[in-house]
Design a protein around this ligand. Sequence first.
Ligand SMILES: *Cc1c(COP(=O)(O)O)cnc(C)c1O
Length: 440
Amino acid sequence: MPEPAPMPGPGAAAELLALDRRHVWHPYGPMPGREAPLLVESAAGVRLRLAEPVEGRDELVDGMSSWWSAIHGYGHPVLHDAAVEQLGRMSHVMFGGLTHEPAVRLAKRLVDITPEGLEHVFLADSGSVSVEVAVKMCLQYWRSVGNTRKQRLLTWRGGYHGDTWNPMSVCDPDGGMHHLWSGVLPRQIFADAPPAGFDAGPDPAYAAHLRELIGRHADELAAVIVEPVVQGAGGMRFHSPAYLRVLREACDEHGVLLVLDEIATGFGRTGALFAAGHAGVTPDVLCLGKALTGGTMTLAATLCTPRVARGISSGEVPVLAHGPTFMGNPLACAVADASIGLLLEQDWAGEVKRVESGLREGLAAAADVPGVVDVRVLGAIGVVQLDHPADMAAAGRAAAREGVWLRPFRDLVYTMPPYVTGDEDVARICAAVCAAAGAG
Ligand SMILES: *Cc1c(COP(=O)(O)O)cnc(C)c1O
């Protein structure tokens, strides 16, 4: 293997950062950028190596798994070898009229490990696109079976489903800044946010609220779409899996499809391989992304049942009219298949439980930090909620002083570490979360 090129010296780092500021958009950022990003030189195991030290650290333990995707850490040899091996064959070929082993093997594996009843796989290039495809599947299903009235979606408040138009329309209407897009976004139907607490018994009044709303709008509802068990980027809230059974029953009763967005929760993060498994529910359509390739590159998938596929394929336009240029990218599929194989061949549930215990122990101290209103842990997810917006810069510096990379948002300081994070590093992450929660 060729040696990686040497990193540019300190002057070059300053130049790169100046160019970055002038030319490069960053997520949810203004132009030119307001904050100075850290320049990452490389990543290995659970550590990011920085081109320039921050708070005296040139390495940070990654508490974010690169937005929850790098479940095996960085540079894992199994993923690396899968990528190199596939590069030797082909990195990409078009998917129209052609197929290949990596896509077929991955699709079969996804069908095997996802809830019983999901049989068909559409490979997309990002989570948001997989949600677009899910929405298209549901709307087209109803048209195809002769019902053109069912065009709207229902979700509960506090959700996040991505940044393209249809996903934005089912993001939390306040957090998702719907007011900025009034008249542009499709208008969907919002239930109240689910009552908080994974272990809290289901609230009968809330279940009745869900049933009533679905029943009242059944005529115009194509689908209900929610994140199961954990609402991620919308607020890092946990809820009782029992509400998924309520949704499944109400959808069945009223002829509405159910979409579960497991882009954040899939592949073990909540302690179940898929969060739907906490409730024993099979959706009609399932979205996967983020950890699908173990954080190596972008790939997402939308799975559906034979009923949905048959409905679409028997319609007046009997095809699903969607086909991204990089659909089924062989390189991404090969790495995804290797990543899932790697996950399943180890005691992933035990590892997630171990990280969960470490987070419970280490984050308990956060409850005593002034301004903290809630500390919650589920699987490999640890959340500290403040009574004020986090000072992102000060919190980031406080975490870096502990040798950890964290990226708080709104009133939340949280971590979703790679499952391979050792006990000492989990403790270090917890110390950093506590320090970040008290910063600013
Ligand atoms: C991240 C996320 C998305 C969007 O995925 P992208 O790959 O960022 O487009 C959608 N839904 C959920 C639940 C997510 O966490």
